[in-house]
Design a protein around this ligand. Sequence first.
Ligand SMILES: [Ca+2]
Length: 538
Amino acid sequence: MEQRTSAGRAAAGARAPFAWLLVALAAQTLAGCSGGGDNLQVSTDPQTLRQRCTALTGTTLGASAAQVSAAALMPASGATPEYCSVNAQMTGSQLKMQLNLPIAGWNGKLAFLGGGGFDGVMAAFTASYNSASIQTDRYATMGTNGGHDEAATDPNYFKATFATDPQQLADYTHLADHRSLPVGKQLIKQFYGAAPTRSYFEGCSMGGHDALIEAQRYPDDFDGIVARAPAGNVMGLFTQFNRIAKAVRVPAATLDGGKQTLLANAVLAQCDSLDGANDGIVSNPSACHFDPTVLRCPAGADTGDSCLSDAQIATVQTITTPFSTTDGSITHPGYNFGLENSADGWGSYIWPQAAAGNDSLQGLFSDGFIRSFITGDQSYNTSLYDPNQWGPQLASIGTMFEAFDPDLSALHAHGARLILLNGTNDTSVSPRDTARYYESVVTKLGQSTADDTVELFLEPGVGHCTGGVGPDQVDLLKALVTWTEQGTPPSKQSLTLTKLDTDGAVTASRPLCRYPAYPRYKGSGSLSDAANYACSTQ
Ligand SMILES: [Ca+2]
């Protein structure tokens, strides 16, 4: 309590200098010295900012806590306006950050972007899942490398050996964003002459995990947080990855393309129309109770692509049913049925694929996690892994890494909001996990306080972060800003999910329904138009 009160004062104090700045800016505007028409924006002459940009190189920040290694002007390109790209590194560690600062029209705010996977590269502010308003509304953006360098194309990427270094482990699991944020704010102040008036966070996958770490452990860092496909139950996630990888690595137990389609068609036949629309999207997955044993081959043997053997049925059950260690400390709810034969569905993380060396992404990620985080043995045979035998190690890592704490009372006290989003056919971060996290928050805070803090939306037919048969685009940063700054929660903003073709044209839309509601077809009109769907819990 004491800490919270103190933090609250610190947050209030941080706003005080801006109040002074507003007065100063208003005076400037009155005197005709500033071109900025909106008094919420801190506007400075582009030519001055261009000069300040290149002059940042070599700057030392925060009593030598960090140093700018490079700063360069990046010309406008497509939807991306001209900006100053600033790279800095924390002294005494491999933690690096990158800021992208618009030269013209900065909206006065910071959008902090989460990374992904095992990190190692700068969070990209042009990622397809990021909200479009990051660029169109001219945010200053910031991201980190998660505390270490490792290109995703490097053959060692999935080994995750950074985890054997205590500082890099701490940065990756929970600290990188929190400890680089003050440096980034200082750089922004140095560049524009003003600190950001608001700071928001958006991330997907492990970047969604980072979003939940911030919401749970550092609730005063941001004014609002968007957590897309958040890997909050990260210990359960890697455990489930290993369970499934062990199954699909056995040739007789995996499903070839023909069997994947057999399963997908059987699931659609039973569950597609449960939402009123035969559109190839299972929009109400909680009502889809598919039993794979209906596809059993005679005597359970593999007799071709018209049926599943007992070993294959067991694999499907491993994928779709909950798991728990014997002591209940590590759990996973399983994945939804749907898109079993799609590269954006089960093909994304579950099935072995050529691009992953005929392994699965779940297998590659969980091997690295088990060897570098848990067993400390790079030659450990992960086919023998039993989480029940590694309790102390899992608990130790979980203390740093887990982002599943339902107590968001400090985030609520700070007045910050959290938006959760998950595709229903995500085979990396299970939507069931994100739903049960949301429900645990409601249980912890009570419905009224929870409603004032967090909203969850599921995207029917969408895979991991983007892609799938369902509409997958929605500007949640804009929705978050409207909630935070104007008080209207996303669920009252009539938001829609859209599907875009390669030219950016909308080909399909659905209402963005607040959990537990899903878009139900009204019975007439185009199946592709959100107007013909209503959010329903029936
Ligand atoms: Ca449907």
